[in-house]
Design a protein around this ligand. Sequence first.
Ligand SMILES: [Zn+2]
Ligand SMILES: [Zn+2]
Ligand SMILES: [Zn+2]
Length: 152
Amino acid sequence: MPVTQRAPEETLKAVLAEVRARGYRMTPQRQLILETVYRSRGHLTAEAILKAVRKRFAGVNITTVYRNLEMLEEIGYVCHAHLGHTPNMYHPTERREHQHLVCRRCGAVEEIGVKPLIPMSKAVLNETGFEVDLTHFALLGTCRHCRESGAG
Ligand SMILES: [Zn+2]
Ligand SMILES: [Zn+2]
Ligand SMILES: [Zn+2]
């Protein structure tokens, strides 16, 4: 999958074409799930995706959504991350390279690129041979606002 900064609609079109070209079945539900994930700028739970899909296909249930997300994740077009004690959040794969900062106190979620984390992952790799996945789990802490507004 090319990781480029394309407009969401362009990316979506390319992804739909690529999935079909690779010979995967594209049911209307599956297409709508892909569309929903790619058109969202933020982070979607499976429940939120279900809500969007039900507007067009009232009969779809959460199991179908999970099954499709799993399949799309396996073939590389969707990925998920964990933002603390919340359900999985789904992203288009090309937005994989960011990390989430979650404030324990107010729940705010900030996105950062992985660049500031690379020195840490290099140090861990050197010391232990372990390659850290920098994006799968969010980093928890205290946001600037909460820090500045009191009880550290
Ligand atoms: Zn994110
Ligand atoms: Zn996970
Ligand atoms: Zn906060």
